[in-house]
Design a binder for this molecule. Structure first.
Ligand SMILES: [Fe+2]
Ligand SMILES: [Fe+2]
Ligand SMILES: [Fe+2]
Length: 407
Protein backbone atom coordinates (compact mmCIF):
# COMPACT_ATOMS: atom_id res chain seq x y z
CA UNK A 1 0.00 0.00 0.00
CA UNK A 2 1.22 3.57 -0.69
CA UNK A 3 0.59 6.59 1.52
CA UNK A 4 0.43 10.12 0.23
CA UNK A 5 3.03 12.11 2.14
CA UNK A 6 4.41 15.61 1.78
CA UNK A 7 8.20 15.38 1.85
CA UNK A 8 8.52 18.86 3.31
CA UNK A 9 6.02 18.21 6.11
CA UNK A 10 7.59 14.88 6.86
CA UNK A 11 11.06 16.40 7.05
CA UNK A 12 9.85 19.26 9.24
CA UNK A 13 8.16 16.73 11.53
CA UNK A 14 11.33 14.70 11.78
CA UNK A 15 13.35 17.82 12.42
CA UNK A 16 10.94 18.62 15.28
CA UNK A 17 11.88 15.24 16.73
CA UNK A 18 15.61 15.78 16.28
CA UNK A 19 15.26 19.27 17.76
CA UNK A 20 13.69 17.89 20.94
CA UNK A 21 17.05 16.48 22.00
CA UNK A 22 18.06 20.04 22.81
CA UNK A 23 15.48 19.93 25.69
CA UNK A 24 15.41 23.71 26.17
CA UNK A 25 17.63 24.76 23.26
CA UNK A 26 15.11 23.72 20.62
CA UNK A 27 14.87 24.49 16.87
CA UNK A 28 18.61 24.19 16.34
CA UNK A 29 18.12 22.26 13.07
CA UNK A 30 15.73 24.89 11.75
CA UNK A 31 18.07 27.77 12.58
CA UNK A 32 20.91 25.94 10.85
CA UNK A 33 18.61 25.43 7.85
CA UNK A 34 17.88 29.16 7.66
CA UNK A 35 21.52 30.24 8.02
CA UNK A 36 22.92 27.63 5.63
CA UNK A 37 20.34 28.21 2.90
CA UNK A 38 20.82 31.97 3.09
CA UNK A 39 24.55 31.43 2.54
CA UNK A 40 23.77 29.11 -0.38
CA UNK A 41 21.55 31.73 -1.99
CA UNK A 42 24.23 34.37 -1.46
CA UNK A 43 26.61 32.09 -3.38
CA UNK A 44 24.08 31.93 -6.22
CA UNK A 45 23.10 28.27 -5.79
CA UNK A 46 20.02 27.03 -7.67
CA UNK A 47 16.69 26.16 -6.03
CA UNK A 48 17.23 22.39 -6.08
CA UNK A 49 20.61 22.66 -4.38
CA UNK A 50 19.31 25.09 -1.76
CA UNK A 51 16.43 22.73 -1.01
CA UNK A 52 18.74 19.73 -0.62
CA UNK A 53 20.85 21.80 1.75
CA UNK A 54 17.72 22.76 3.67
CA UNK A 55 16.68 19.11 4.13
CA UNK A 56 20.21 18.13 5.17
CA UNK A 57 20.29 21.00 7.67
CA UNK A 58 16.93 20.04 9.18
CA UNK A 59 18.14 16.51 9.81
CA UNK A 60 21.88 17.10 10.31
CA UNK A 61 21.88 16.16 13.99
CA UNK A 62 19.77 12.99 13.69
CA UNK A 63 22.83 11.11 14.96
CA UNK A 64 22.39 12.77 18.36
CA UNK A 65 19.98 11.02 20.72
CA UNK A 66 21.58 11.91 23.99
CA UNK A 67 20.83 15.21 25.69
CA UNK A 68 24.34 14.97 27.16
CA UNK A 69 25.97 14.94 23.70
CA UNK A 70 23.66 17.74 22.58
CA UNK A 71 24.80 19.92 25.48
CA UNK A 72 28.42 19.50 24.43
CA UNK A 73 27.54 20.43 20.87
CA UNK A 74 26.00 23.73 21.83
CA UNK A 75 28.31 24.62 24.70
CA UNK A 76 31.69 24.13 23.04
CA UNK A 77 32.96 25.48 19.75
CA UNK A 78 35.35 22.72 18.76
CA UNK A 79 34.80 19.37 20.28
CA UNK A 80 36.89 16.19 19.97
CA UNK A 81 34.13 13.57 19.84
CA UNK A 82 31.95 15.37 17.29
CA UNK A 83 32.69 12.82 14.53
CA UNK A 84 30.61 10.11 16.09
CA UNK A 85 27.23 11.78 15.60
CA UNK A 86 28.19 12.72 12.03
CA UNK A 87 28.95 9.11 11.14
CA UNK A 88 25.80 7.92 12.88
CA UNK A 89 23.66 10.50 11.09
CA UNK A 90 25.22 9.46 7.79
CA UNK A 91 24.46 5.79 8.41
CA UNK A 92 20.87 6.45 9.52
CA UNK A 93 20.01 8.69 6.55
CA UNK A 94 21.73 6.32 4.13
CA UNK A 95 19.20 3.63 5.10
CA UNK A 96 16.29 5.57 3.59
CA UNK A 97 16.05 6.11 -0.15
CA UNK A 98 14.42 9.50 0.27
CA UNK A 99 17.25 10.78 2.47
CA UNK A 100 20.20 9.05 0.81
CA UNK A 101 21.32 12.20 -1.08
CA UNK A 102 21.70 13.94 2.31
CA UNK A 103 23.87 11.30 3.95
CA UNK A 104 27.25 12.40 2.59
CA UNK A 105 26.53 16.08 3.30
CA UNK A 106 25.63 15.29 6.90
CA UNK A 107 28.69 13.07 7.37
CA UNK A 108 31.09 16.00 7.05
CA UNK A 109 29.27 18.72 8.93
CA UNK A 110 32.09 19.02 11.48
CA UNK A 111 35.00 18.51 9.06
CA UNK A 112 37.35 21.49 8.64
CA UNK A 113 37.64 22.89 5.13
CA UNK A 114 41.31 21.95 4.48
CA UNK A 115 40.47 18.30 5.28
CA UNK A 116 37.48 18.41 2.92
CA UNK A 117 39.47 19.88 0.03
CA UNK A 118 42.17 17.24 0.46
CA UNK A 119 39.53 14.46 0.40
CA UNK A 120 37.96 12.75 -2.59
CA UNK A 121 34.57 14.32 -1.83
CA UNK A 122 32.81 16.03 -4.77
CA UNK A 123 33.46 19.81 -4.50
CA UNK A 124 29.71 20.61 -4.53
CA UNK A 125 29.03 18.24 -1.64
CA UNK A 126 32.08 19.48 0.26
CA UNK A 127 30.86 23.06 0.11
CA UNK A 128 27.36 22.06 1.22
CA UNK A 129 28.81 20.16 4.19
CA UNK A 130 30.92 23.13 5.06
CA UNK A 131 27.88 25.44 4.86
CA UNK A 132 26.21 23.20 7.44
CA UNK A 133 29.33 23.32 9.60
CA UNK A 134 29.43 27.11 9.50
CA UNK A 135 25.70 27.53 10.16
CA UNK A 136 25.87 24.97 12.95
CA UNK A 137 28.73 26.76 14.67
CA UNK A 138 27.06 30.15 14.21
CA UNK A 139 24.02 28.85 16.07
CA UNK A 140 26.14 27.33 18.84
CA UNK A 141 28.00 30.61 19.16
CA UNK A 142 24.78 32.64 19.37
CA UNK A 143 23.62 30.34 22.13
CA UNK A 144 26.87 30.80 24.04
CA UNK A 145 26.45 34.58 23.95
CA UNK A 146 23.23 34.21 25.94
CA UNK A 147 21.58 37.25 24.31
CA UNK A 148 17.79 37.23 24.06
CA UNK A 149 17.91 39.11 20.74
CA UNK A 150 20.30 37.28 18.37
CA UNK A 151 21.15 40.58 16.64
CA UNK A 152 23.03 41.62 19.78
CA UNK A 153 25.34 38.65 19.30
CA UNK A 154 25.99 39.33 15.61
CA UNK A 155 29.30 41.20 15.86
CA UNK A 156 30.97 38.60 18.00
CA UNK A 157 29.65 35.81 15.78
CA UNK A 158 30.89 37.40 12.55
CA UNK A 159 34.34 37.92 14.08
CA UNK A 160 34.51 34.33 15.28
CA UNK A 161 33.67 33.02 11.81
CA UNK A 162 36.17 35.31 10.12
CA UNK A 163 38.89 34.04 12.41
CA UNK A 164 38.11 30.53 11.20
CA UNK A 165 38.15 31.27 7.45
CA UNK A 166 40.63 28.83 5.84
CA UNK A 167 41.18 26.76 8.99
CA UNK A 168 37.55 25.64 9.47
CA UNK A 169 35.48 27.16 6.67
CA UNK A 170 35.84 27.88 2.94
CA UNK A 171 36.78 31.57 2.54
CA UNK A 172 33.99 32.13 -0.03
CA UNK A 173 31.49 30.74 2.47
CA UNK A 174 32.67 33.09 5.19
CA UNK A 175 32.33 35.97 2.74
CA UNK A 176 28.77 34.85 1.93
CA UNK A 177 27.96 34.62 5.61
CA UNK A 178 29.28 38.14 6.16
CA UNK A 179 26.75 39.42 3.59
CA UNK A 180 23.93 37.35 5.13
CA UNK A 181 24.84 38.48 8.63
CA UNK A 182 24.89 42.11 7.56
CA UNK A 183 21.10 41.99 7.11
CA UNK A 184 19.33 42.49 10.43
CA UNK A 185 16.40 40.45 9.08
CA UNK A 186 18.54 37.31 9.19
CA UNK A 187 18.91 37.58 12.95
CA UNK A 188 15.28 38.44 13.54
CA UNK A 189 14.15 35.46 11.45
CA UNK A 190 15.97 33.18 13.90
CA UNK A 191 13.19 33.75 16.42
CA UNK A 192 10.81 30.76 16.71
CA UNK A 193 7.58 32.04 15.11
CA UNK A 194 9.35 33.78 12.22
CA UNK A 195 11.55 30.76 11.67
CA UNK A 196 8.58 28.39 11.33
CA UNK A 197 6.89 30.64 8.80
CA UNK A 198 10.06 31.20 6.82
CA UNK A 199 10.80 27.48 6.51
CA UNK A 200 7.22 26.62 5.64
CA UNK A 201 7.53 29.05 2.71
CA UNK A 202 10.91 27.69 1.68
CA UNK A 203 9.73 24.09 1.72
CA UNK A 204 6.32 24.64 0.11
CA UNK A 205 7.37 23.64 -3.42
CA UNK A 206 8.11 20.12 -2.17
CA UNK A 207 4.72 18.55 -2.40
CA UNK A 208 2.73 15.46 -1.62
CA UNK A 209 3.78 12.29 -3.32
CA UNK A 210 2.89 8.64 -2.86
CA UNK A 211 5.33 6.88 -0.57
CA UNK A 212 5.19 3.07 -0.54
CA UNK A 213 4.58 1.53 2.88
CA UNK A 214 8.07 -0.03 2.92
CA UNK A 215 9.66 3.40 2.55
CA UNK A 216 7.43 4.97 5.20
CA UNK A 217 8.36 2.14 7.54
CA UNK A 218 12.08 2.58 6.75
CA UNK A 219 11.80 6.29 7.64
CA UNK A 220 9.91 5.52 10.86
CA UNK A 221 12.46 2.84 11.68
CA UNK A 222 15.33 5.33 11.45
CA UNK A 223 13.61 7.56 13.96
CA UNK A 224 12.71 4.70 16.24
CA UNK A 225 16.41 3.89 16.32
CA UNK A 226 17.22 7.47 17.27
CA UNK A 227 14.76 7.16 20.18
CA UNK A 228 15.80 3.68 21.24
CA UNK A 229 19.50 4.57 21.05
CA UNK A 230 18.94 7.08 23.82
CA UNK A 231 18.99 4.65 26.65
CA UNK A 232 19.68 0.99 27.46
CA UNK A 233 16.18 1.02 29.01
CA UNK A 234 14.52 1.72 25.70
CA UNK A 235 16.76 -0.27 23.38
CA UNK A 236 14.67 -2.12 20.78
CA UNK A 237 11.46 -1.00 22.57
CA UNK A 238 9.90 0.83 19.61
CA UNK A 239 10.56 -1.96 17.14
CA UNK A 240 9.03 -4.48 19.55
CA UNK A 241 5.96 -2.29 20.09
CA UNK A 242 5.60 -1.94 16.30
CA UNK A 243 5.67 -5.70 15.75
CA UNK A 244 3.18 -6.41 18.54
CA UNK A 245 0.86 -3.59 17.39
CA UNK A 246 0.78 -4.89 13.85
CA UNK A 247 0.16 -8.45 14.97
CA UNK A 248 -2.51 -7.44 17.45
CA UNK A 249 -4.18 -5.22 14.84
CA UNK A 250 -4.51 -8.13 12.45
CA UNK A 251 -5.72 -10.45 15.24
CA UNK A 252 -8.38 -7.83 16.01
CA UNK A 253 -9.49 -7.93 12.37
CA UNK A 254 -8.28 -4.49 11.26
CA UNK A 255 -7.74 -3.81 7.54
CA UNK A 256 -4.28 -4.29 6.06
CA UNK A 257 -3.75 -0.54 5.61
CA UNK A 258 -4.52 0.03 9.29
CA UNK A 259 -2.15 -2.76 10.30
CA UNK A 260 0.62 -1.16 8.27
CA UNK A 261 -0.04 2.20 9.89
CA UNK A 262 -0.10 0.52 13.31
CA UNK A 263 3.43 -0.67 12.67
CA UNK A 264 4.50 2.89 11.80
CA UNK A 265 2.67 4.27 14.86
CA UNK A 266 4.45 1.69 17.04
CA UNK A 267 7.82 2.75 15.68
CA UNK A 268 7.08 6.41 16.36
CA UNK A 269 5.03 6.31 19.57
CA UNK A 270 7.87 7.39 21.88
CA UNK A 271 9.35 10.04 19.55
CA UNK A 272 8.61 12.65 22.22
CA UNK A 273 11.03 10.89 24.57
CA UNK A 274 13.83 12.63 22.72
CA UNK A 275 13.02 15.61 24.87
CA UNK A 276 13.42 13.71 28.13
CA UNK A 277 16.93 14.28 29.53
CA UNK A 278 19.10 11.14 29.70
CA UNK A 279 19.36 11.28 33.47
CA UNK A 280 15.55 11.17 33.86
CA UNK A 281 15.12 8.35 31.35
CA UNK A 282 17.88 6.29 32.93
CA UNK A 283 16.81 6.87 36.51
CA UNK A 284 15.97 3.54 38.10
CA UNK A 285 14.06 4.86 41.13
CA UNK A 286 10.96 7.02 41.53
CA UNK A 287 10.89 10.36 39.72
CA UNK A 288 10.64 13.74 41.43
CA UNK A 289 7.61 15.86 40.62
CA UNK A 290 9.60 17.91 38.08
CA UNK A 291 11.04 14.79 36.44
CA UNK A 292 7.58 13.25 36.29
CA UNK A 293 6.27 16.36 34.56
CA UNK A 294 9.06 16.13 31.98
CA UNK A 295 8.34 12.46 31.38
CA UNK A 296 4.59 13.06 31.10
CA UNK A 297 5.16 15.40 28.18
CA UNK A 298 6.50 12.75 25.79
CA UNK A 299 3.23 11.42 24.28
CA UNK A 300 2.05 15.01 23.84
CA UNK A 301 5.22 15.82 21.88
CA UNK A 302 4.70 12.71 19.75
CA UNK A 303 1.11 13.80 19.07
CA UNK A 304 2.16 17.30 18.05
CA UNK A 305 5.00 16.17 15.81
CA UNK A 306 2.95 13.60 13.93
CA UNK A 307 0.10 16.10 13.65
CA UNK A 308 2.19 17.78 10.95
CA UNK A 309 1.48 14.83 8.66
CA UNK A 310 -1.98 16.01 7.73
CA UNK A 311 -2.39 13.46 4.94
CA UNK A 312 -2.21 10.60 7.49
CA UNK A 313 -4.15 12.14 10.40
CA UNK A 314 -4.61 8.78 12.18
CA UNK A 315 -0.92 8.51 12.91
CA UNK A 316 -0.87 11.30 15.50
CA UNK A 317 -3.66 9.82 17.60
CA UNK A 318 -2.69 6.17 17.24
CA UNK A 319 0.85 6.94 18.38
CA UNK A 320 0.21 9.90 20.66
CA UNK A 321 -2.56 8.36 22.76
CA UNK A 322 -0.57 5.36 23.98
CA UNK A 323 -0.66 6.47 27.62
CA UNK A 324 -4.40 7.18 27.70
CA UNK A 325 -6.61 4.77 29.70
CA UNK A 326 -10.17 3.62 29.04
CA UNK A 327 -11.34 5.01 32.39
CA UNK A 328 -9.95 8.48 31.64
CA UNK A 329 -7.08 8.23 34.10
CA UNK A 330 -4.37 8.26 31.41
CA UNK A 331 -2.37 11.19 30.05
CA UNK A 332 -2.00 13.76 28.55
CA UNK A 333 -5.59 14.24 27.28
CA UNK A 334 -7.49 12.15 29.89
CA UNK A 335 -9.60 10.68 27.10
CA UNK A 336 -12.20 8.06 27.97
CA UNK A 337 -13.07 4.86 26.11
CA UNK A 338 -15.58 6.55 23.79
CA UNK A 339 -12.81 8.81 22.45
CA UNK A 340 -10.14 6.14 22.11
CA UNK A 341 -10.10 4.48 18.67
CA UNK A 342 -9.31 0.78 18.57
CA UNK A 343 -5.87 1.23 16.91
CA UNK A 344 -4.83 3.66 19.69
CA UNK A 345 -5.84 1.03 22.26
CA UNK A 346 -3.80 -1.52 20.31
CA UNK A 347 -0.66 0.62 20.58
CA UNK A 348 -1.29 1.13 24.31
CA UNK A 349 -1.53 -2.63 24.87
CA UNK A 350 1.51 -3.31 22.66
CA UNK A 351 3.50 -0.73 24.64
CA UNK A 352 2.79 -2.52 27.92
CA UNK A 353 3.34 -6.01 26.47
CA UNK A 354 6.75 -5.01 25.11
CA UNK A 355 7.80 -3.26 28.31
CA UNK A 356 6.89 -6.28 30.44
CA UNK A 357 8.52 -8.78 28.10
CA UNK A 358 11.73 -6.82 27.65
CA UNK A 359 14.89 -7.69 29.44
CA UNK A 360 15.79 -4.59 31.50
CA UNK A 361 19.18 -3.68 32.95
CA UNK A 362 17.63 -3.81 36.43
CA UNK A 363 15.51 -6.95 36.10
CA UNK A 364 15.19 -10.07 33.93
CA UNK A 365 12.17 -10.33 31.59
CA UNK A 366 8.97 -11.38 33.36
CA UNK A 367 7.58 -14.88 32.84
CA UNK A 368 4.58 -15.32 30.54
CA UNK A 369 2.40 -16.08 33.57
CA UNK A 370 3.32 -12.86 35.33
CA UNK A 371 2.80 -10.87 32.13
CA UNK A 372 -0.68 -12.35 31.68
CA UNK A 373 -1.55 -11.58 35.32
CA UNK A 374 -0.45 -7.94 34.97
CA UNK A 375 -2.22 -7.44 31.65
CA UNK A 376 -5.48 -8.87 33.01
CA UNK A 377 -5.21 -6.65 36.05
CA UNK A 378 -4.82 -3.60 33.77
CA UNK A 379 -7.77 -4.80 31.68
CA UNK A 380 -9.98 -5.32 34.73
CA UNK A 381 -9.18 -1.94 36.27
CA UNK A 382 -10.11 0.08 33.17
CA UNK A 383 -6.59 0.90 32.01
CA UNK A 384 -6.26 -1.29 28.92
CA UNK A 385 -8.91 -2.64 26.56
CA UNK A 386 -9.91 -6.03 28.12
CA UNK A 387 -10.88 -7.54 24.74
CA UNK A 388 -7.44 -6.77 23.36
CA UNK A 389 -5.84 -8.11 26.54
CA UNK A 390 -7.67 -11.43 26.05
CA UNK A 391 -6.53 -11.49 22.43
CA UNK A 392 -2.93 -11.19 23.62
CA UNK A 393 -3.52 -13.94 26.19
CA UNK A 394 -5.02 -16.22 23.53
CA UNK A 395 -1.96 -15.70 21.32
CA UNK A 396 0.63 -15.16 24.01
CA UNK A 397 3.51 -17.09 22.43
CA UNK A 398 3.25 -15.14 19.19
CA UNK A 399 2.79 -11.79 20.97
CA UNK A 400 5.70 -12.28 23.37
CA UNK A 401 7.93 -13.45 20.53
CA UNK A 402 6.97 -10.36 18.50
CA UNK A 403 7.75 -8.15 21.50
CA UNK A 404 11.31 -9.29 21.83
CA UNK A 405 12.54 -11.01 18.68
CA UNK A 406 12.84 -9.44 15.24
CA UNK A 407 10.78 -11.35 12.70
FE1 LIG B 1 24.11 20.76 14.96
FE1 LIG C 1 5.54 6.16 26.06
FE1 LIG D 1 6.77 3.08 24.80
Amino acid sequence: MAFSVSVSRLTLALSDAVDLVGVDVVQHGKRVALLATECGRELGWGEARVRTLCLAALLHDCGVSSTHVHRQLVDTFDWEGSDEHCERGHDLLGDVELFRPLAEIVRHHHTPWPVLTASALAPDTALMSNALFLADRVDAFIHQQGESNPLSASRGVIQAMEQRAETSFAPELVAAFRAVAHRQATWFTLEPHHLERHLAGLMAPLDERPVPFEELRAIADVFSRVVDFKSPYTEEHSRGVARVARLLGSLAGLAERDCELLEVAGLLHDLGKLRVPDEVLDKGGPLTRAEGATMARHPFETYQILGRLSSIPELASWAGLHHEALDGSGYPFNLRADRLPLPARVVAVADVVQALAQDRPYRPPLTARKIVRQLRHLGRTGKLDPTLVELVVAHKEACLAAATVAA
